[in-house]
Ligand binder design. Structure first.
Ligand code: ADP
Length: 488
């Protein structure tokens, strides 16, 4: 699939430090999850390289910070234009290494680019404040200044968007960055870095350290221990988020964390059921269930339960599973064997505890790499099942039954996570009550997809810290400085 790129020079396999591409002393393999085919060997850097990248970012910081907001904005806008001009190639690279269907991959490229466009605009709006004086001889100001060298550690499920969502606001604010992309999807990340260089982002301002799973741990440790790195933005598992937070305590780093979710999707008796079924499918099966905002638990009120599960299972049965490069496929492979095992464990556990299988329920052996799992729906799910507590991160939809609104809210909130939540209702009073009662950073009402670049994306409880996108998305990359001027 990669031989069909319009611009083969986008396929980078070396790491980027201080504007130079480095081959590293060893390499690690990147494979296509749909076929198992070997795609490339990528530079495997370590902790010492991370130190060099951090020093490069630090050295590049004064000149980048000193550019006017408009100068940074123009360069970022150029990066946006180049990403969009290369949308097809970036989508191809992404489908090859990540597996999501090509149309979805190209959609992610546009979504990823939209953060660069948005923050190119926001660069010009990092405004300070003047405050009323407490003494007429004084004047009180608030400056907003770039925080410094920032690190971004990103996951494989959105190989470009999770990078741009962090890097674009950092660069816009006047910070420099060291990025450690996911070891499963470094090729999309490196192509985006190549386009950043072409856009004129100066050497050292954007550095990308590629590393395999082992070296990623060492690189992460070095980043956390560094006095120079002032901020870490991480998207990934809650488990790794906790490790990074603990490792960052000695240097008291600022952190943005976008961690696991356990999204509930509530369908009330007064909902438009056909619309709820569409929203349920979109929310659950995007990226084959491998997003942190994918619904994990469906709660449906008794009066519409049978209708919903019947229609939903019928809809899920129409999903076309296969290689993301094949036309009409809307469900790609899972990213790795461990991901399949987790789905299997959750499905088996649910069936063992009395859930009723409506569709799917097994691996699709004989399809490509064998990393495909049939989209699965079960009814009669209960609170004692693993799927009620843990994020499945795969194409498994358990449907629970509830009677009262309070019961649904309590069940939805009975988790340490609090990222996305969804509900369907046509009752305006209920819409307000439930929106306010859900302990989540994001609530979708009568929609199954809610992310876009100009809204604040993020979680409460153990789903994380900070918000990405929107005008709030700049806050984490800016320090507030109070200046008190006397003798006026
Ligand atoms: P996922 O569950 O999405 O695979 P992970 O949290 O395992 O997410 O990984 C997300 C990112 O965090 C990847 O870039 C991975 O290399 C990196 N990572 C994993 N473990 C560590 C660690 N101990 N320190 C630093 N980075 C890590």
């Amino acid at each position: 699939p990669l031989s069909l790129l319009k611009d083969p020079t986008l396929l980078k396999t070396d790491a980027l430090i201080n504007g130079e591409w480095l081959s590293g002393s060893s390499r690690f393999a990147v494979t296509d999850p749909a076929t198992g085919e070997h795609l490339a060997d990528v530079a495997n850097l370590g902790a010492a390289d991370a130190e060099v990248a951090i020093a490069a970012a630090n050295a590049a910081w004064p000149a980048w910070r000193a550019k006017t907001a408009k100068e940074r904005s123009i360069i970022l806008r150029k990066w946006f234009d180049l990403i969009m001009a290369n949308q097809d190639d970036l989508g191809r690279i992404m489908t090859a290494e990540q597996g999501k269907p090509l149309a979805e991959a190209k959609g992610e490229v546009a979504y990823g680019a939209s953060f660069v466009e948005w923050f190119a605009e926001q660069a010009k709006r990092v405004n300070g404040e003047t405050l009323p004086q407490f003494d007429n001889n004084r004047r009180l100001l608030v400056l907003r200044q770039p925080i410094g060298v920032c690190a971004a550690i990103t996951p494989w499920n959105f190989p470009i968007a999770m990078i741009t969502r962090k890097v674009a606001p950092a660069l816009a604010a006047g910070c420099t960055v060291v990025i450690k992309p996911a070891e499963l999807t470094p090729l999309t990340a490196l192509a985006a870095a190549e386009l950043a260089i072409r856009a004129g982002i100066p050497a050292g301002v954007l550095n990308m350290i590629t590393a395999d799973a082992n070296n990623s741990i060492a690189v992460g440790k070095r980043i956390c221990a560094s006095d120079i790195v002032r901020h870490i933005s991480f998207t990934g598992s809650t488990e790794v988020g906790r490790i990074l937070m603990a490792q960052s305590a000695p240097t008291v780093k600022k952190m943005s964390l976008e961690l696991g979710g356990n999204a509930p999707f509530l369908v009330f008796d007064d909902a438009d059921i056909d619309s709820a079924v569409e929203g349920a499918f979109a929310s659950k099966y995007r990226n084959a269930g491998q997003t942190c905002v994918c619904t994990n638990r469906f709660y449906v009120q008794a009066g519409v339960y049978d209708e919903f599960v019947t229609k939903f299972a019928a809809k899920v049965s129409t999903a076309k599973v296969g290689n993301g490069f094949d036309a009409d496929v809307n469900q790609g492979p899972l990213i790795e064997e461990a991901a399949l095992q987790k789905v299997e464990r959750h499905v088996q556990d649910a069936l063992g505890l009395g859930a009723r299988l409506l569709c799917g329920g097994q691996r699709l052996t004989g399809t490509g790499s064998g990393q495909f799992y049939a989209p699965t729906v079960v009814a009669d799910a209960t609170a004692d099942m693993l799927c009620a507590r843990e994020e499945t991160f795969g194409p498994f939809a358990p449907v629970f039954k509830f009677t009262t609104e309070q019961e649904a809210i309590d069940a939805a909130n009975a988790t340490e996570f609090g990222l996305a939540s969804y509900f369907y209702s046509r009752d305006i009073g209920r819409i307000w009550r439930v929106s306010e009662a859900l302990e989540y950073g994001m609530v979708g009402v009568n929609v199954g997809i809610l992310a876009t670049e100009h809204v604040p994306f993020g979680g409460v409880k153990q789903s994380g810290l900070g918000r990405e996108g929107s005008h709030h998305g700049m806050d984490d990359y800016v320090e507030i400085k109070y200046v008190c001027m006397g003798d006026i």
